[in-house]
Design a protein around this ligand. Structure first.
Ligand code: ATP
Ligand code: MG
Length: 391
């Protein structure tokens, strides 16, 4: 059962229903304190939007020491960065927008799972990996299908919630992931600018937007002005944080080497390079591959994916491999169902799971990407160790 502290009756009824009705709802602080004493095994306290923030923080700070398995979830009608930072510092596990029903439910179930693991009430499902595998989707020419591939790959890799995937939109100036998945842009990477020296997993987790079971998204800023304030160091800190909380981090990128993209490529386990079968896209991809070679990135963990590979443009597979001087690891056919799905705000793997495009992307996720990722142990540690040694 969950303890809900919410003085306002309407909110209390709404939240109790949202949390499945299995709730001890109280509106007075004295009742909350009594329940905390009487029910020492309760795993979760939810502070509704009318509960004062100061009370929630005080209870969280107290219980963190006395009862570490108890999760505190704070719901606010408006979440500002300061409240979020203070809450997470006090030991609140999740601070979320009270109006976002999915986020509220996800935060509560995530907290219950943490409590279960802490108390050992059930055997852990699978020990979370120390570090997620990072899959970066890049192309050196715009419009090749990076965002389409990144969003669909994230859903495939999550496998219906069996794995945790964090999709990070590093196309900071013109990110499309939010619009492609119909996510509202109330929070995202830009909210970390003010806390750039204190980025940690708790803070980043509070800025994720939940999309589907197992898929959380860190959205790009809404416009180019905010994007300019996100530099390489911030991207490095964000990726270090997200990779502690997922099995895979999938990164969507712009079509050029920004400092954020270079930072991402530097810690990437699987570089997915996308091109379409036209000479300019192939030429740019070859140049990008040369650049990666020069930087010493990704020679042995690079996958080349040809999107819209069946387009009748007079280039054979052999021609393309010759231009690229590289094997093609995945072919995704062209279909008008792709833009139709995008316009509906749903990845094609969700909209039409048996479609040839969906099948090609799923095969790529479960085949080449999974294999590359499994074969990559500790690239991040090596990169860090190398840098530390060079200081
Ligand atoms: N396999 C496909 N078949 C048909 N249309 C496709 C396919 N893949 C992508 N598209 C379409 O191509 C367009 C560009 O795709 P997308 O936005 O994913 O590219 P991008 O590389 O992320 O572009 P940008 O560089 O602008 O971020 C979209 O309209 C999308 O619907
Ligand atoms: Mg894009």
């Amino acid at each position: 059962m969950t303890i809900l502290f919410e003085p306002n009756r309407q909110w209390s009824a709404h939240l109790a229903a949202l949390l499945g009705g299995n709730v001890h709802a109280v509106g007075q602080l004295a009742d909350l304190q009594r329940l905390l004493v009487d029910l020492p095994a309760e795993p979760l306290v939810v502070f509704g939007p009318s509960a004062p923030t100061s009370v929630a923080l005080e209870v969280a700070a107290q219980q963190r020491l006395q009862r570490p398995a108890l999760g505190v979830v704070l719901l606010r009608e408006r979440l500002d960065m300061e409240t979020m930072t203070q809450a997470l510092r006090a030991g609140v596990r999740e601070a979320v927008d009270a109006h976002d029903a999915t986020a509220v439910r996800t935060a509560c179930s995530r907290s219950l799972e943490v409590s279960r693991q802490l108390t050992g009430a059930v055997a852990p499902v699978a020990a979370p990996p120390a570090e997620a595998k990072i899959v970066t989707v890049f192309s050196a020419k715009g419009g090749c299908g990076k965002s389409t591939l990144a969003t669909n790959l994230a859903v495939c890799l999550a496998d219906g919630g069996r794995r945790r995937v964090c999709l990070v939109d590093l196309d900071l100036a013109f990110g499309d992931v939010g619009i492609m998945l119909q996510l509202s842009p109330d929070r995202g990477i830009a909210d970390l600018v003010a806390s750039r020296d204190r980025v940690d997993p708790g803070l980043v987790r509070a800025l994720l937007t939940s999309y589907a079971p197992g898929v959380d998204v860190l959205l790009a800023p809404v416009g180019p002005t905010e994007a300019e304030r996100i530099d390489r160091d911030l991207v490095v800190s964000v990726l270090a944080a997200v990779r502690t909380m997922a099995d895979y981090v999938v990164i969507d990128t712009p079509a050029h080497f920004t400092e954020g993209v270079l930072a991402a490529l530097d810690v990437t386990d699987v570089h997915v390079l996308v091109a379409t079968p036209d000479v300019p896209a192939l030429k740019n991809l070859r140049i990008a591959m040369d650049m990666l070679d020069l930087l010493g990135l990704g020679q042995d963990n690079r996958l080349v994916v040809l999107n819209r590979s069946d387009a009748k443009v007079g280039l054979s597979g052999a021609d393309i491999e010759r231009v690229l001087q590289s094997r093609i690891n995945g072919h995704i056919p062209s279909s008008r169902d792709v833009p139709i799905a995008i316009n509906r705000g749903r990845p094609i793997v969700v909209e039409k799971p048996t479609h040839p495009v969906s099948k090609a992307i799923r095969d790529l996720a479960n085949g080449a990407i999974a294999q590359q990722a499994a074969g990559r142990g500790g690239r991040w540690q090596r990169a860090r160790a190398g840098r530390a040694g060079g200081r």
